[in-house]
Design a binder for this molecule. Structure first.
Ligand SMILES: [Fe+2]
Length: 207
């Protein structure tokens, strides 16, 4: 079975408006999701092999695994799509894609920011449906609720308060979103877009 890890080579540093301390605190939570995912996968395997696969406890553990594993995955995408100093001018295919759906890149951006301001904890994710080519912004609550089966992640923005409480007040989520957008690794977003348009899976990690 796969053993999951938080890959430190993708830990962002030197961002504008999101401090290294904030990233460090958040990264610890991310590592926890990886650890919990590995442990729960092992627990579920042991329970199945022990004849407990149909038990209420197994069902509970399965739900918990979804929370932890989806938490790990959305953070894989989140941290890998943050980097200081990358301009959106490199995201030509992505911009063309969202402009085709929203009328302009600016319209898409306004909708993505509004998605991030959805009340409650979650992630704003820009998805591409590889079957239809449609692109849309969705709010993923509690890591595991609201995902689009079969859709591919192009950009993931964590808006849980733990993503910005070191640097901003709870009521300042909009300021954090502006900081996030100023640090998007558009090279990664473009690589994900091109992969999906080429019929491949969106890579969570792009060097
Ligand atoms: Fe987070």
């Amino acid at each position: 079975m796969t053993t999951y890890t938080a890959r430190s080579e993708f830990k962002p540093v030197g961002l504008i408006g999101i401090s290294d301390k904030q990233i460090e605190v958040h990264w610890k939570l991310y590592e926890g999701y990886c650890t919990q995912t590995n442990q729960l996968i092992e627990q579920l395997k042991a329970m199945r092999e022990g004849g407990e696969g149909g038990s209420p406890l197994y069902a509970d553990r399965r739900r918990r695994c979804a929370f932890e594993m989806c938490g790990m995955l959305v953070h894989d995408y989140y941290f890998a799509n943050l980097k200081a100093g990358v301009t959106d001018s490199v995201a030509k295919a992505f911009k063309a894609l969202v402009a085709g759906k929203f009328g302009s890149y600016e319209n898409w951006l306004a909708d993505f920011k509004a998605c991030g301001l959805t009340r409650g904890v979650g992630h704003a994710i820009c998805y591409l449906d590889p079957i239809t080519g449609d692109v849309n912004n969705h709010f993923i609550e509690m890591h595991s609720e609201g995902h689009m089966p079969g859709y591919q992640v192009l950009l993931s923005m964590d808006v849980w308060e733990h993503a910005f409480l070191i640097d901003y007040l709870p009521a300042e989520r909009a300021k954090y979103i502006e900081a996030f957008m100023a640090n998007v690794n558009w090279e990664v977003v473009e690589a994900r877009t091109e992969a999906c348009l080429g019929g491949k899976a969106s890579p969570r990690f792009v060097k």
